[in-house]
Design a protein around this ligand. Sequence first.
Ligand code: 8YV
Length: 327
Amino acid sequence: DKKKPLVVVTRKLPDVVETRMMELFDTRLNPDDTPLSAAQLADAVANADVLVPTVTDRIDRELLDKAGPRLRLIASFGTGVDHIDLKAARERGIVVTNTPGVLTEDTADMTMALLLATARRVAEGERLVRSGQWTGWGPTTMLGHRISGKRLGILGMGRIGQALARRARAFGMSIHYHNRRRVHPELEQELEATYWASLDQMLARMDIVSINCPHTPATYHLLSERRLKLLRPHCYIVNTSRGEVIDEVALTRMLSKGEIAGAGLDVFEHEPAVNPKLLRLDNVVLLPHMGSATIEGRIDMGEKVVINIKTFIDGHTPPDRVLETLL
Ligand code: 8YV
């Protein structure tokens, strides 16, 4: 009888997922709702066959130097893999998987929620009512901006970008996008999306810009200060991807000066730290990285992790293997 592989899970996952893992593998869970310490994480990579990290674990080269000979798979619970040094993993023969697809719709929903909340001042209005300072309806109070008929520029037309495009079309927006590659003409037609080969030119013409690309070395500060300055002052920005894609210091400065109308941010450059100057602004909506945070989504993500581990242990290529070359 083969010994069950030791699977170390770094964060508390939904009960059904943990139960399933316990049935299938020799699973070491983290009962606390806090990340493992550096020492615990080092111990995990030294002894586990499989590591199941999340976005809050930095799986860098230094940590992978401490990996034991048994560690063969990092089955990440999440889609973004920017917290994992893929090159260092490959050099050690460690396979990396993620959980794409199952959080697409939830993240696109949250992007729409942020877009609406930002343009229509939802959070600001809620704060007003809660403060007890609301003096009653007024024809010129709490005016936001109409989103129908406006131009939405989607930066990154992958799964989430496409799901966002479909929603935004239903809200009457016109869809524009920039992507490394132009999507298939049929898909472009279906989404009624206009492709901009030049990101700079697109930015200069949008009413709302949404970040939906992964964070990679190529997209770090893609919205640099220079590019942010191309946006028109009435433009809103929404980000449910990764904070690192925008130069947060420049964004904050421009938001304070009214050079950008507002921003809806679910992610930040130095999570969980948020630039204190952002907290003082009324034209921003700030969420604690909850784009994919639905119970259904978390269970689906867990199922994907289980399938990836099982397939790998059975000697096959796991369905969601991440290849650096595809990023
Ligand atoms: C998760 C995410 O909350 O999947 C991602 O890339 O950012 C979120 O959906 C997180 O990654 C869980 O590890």
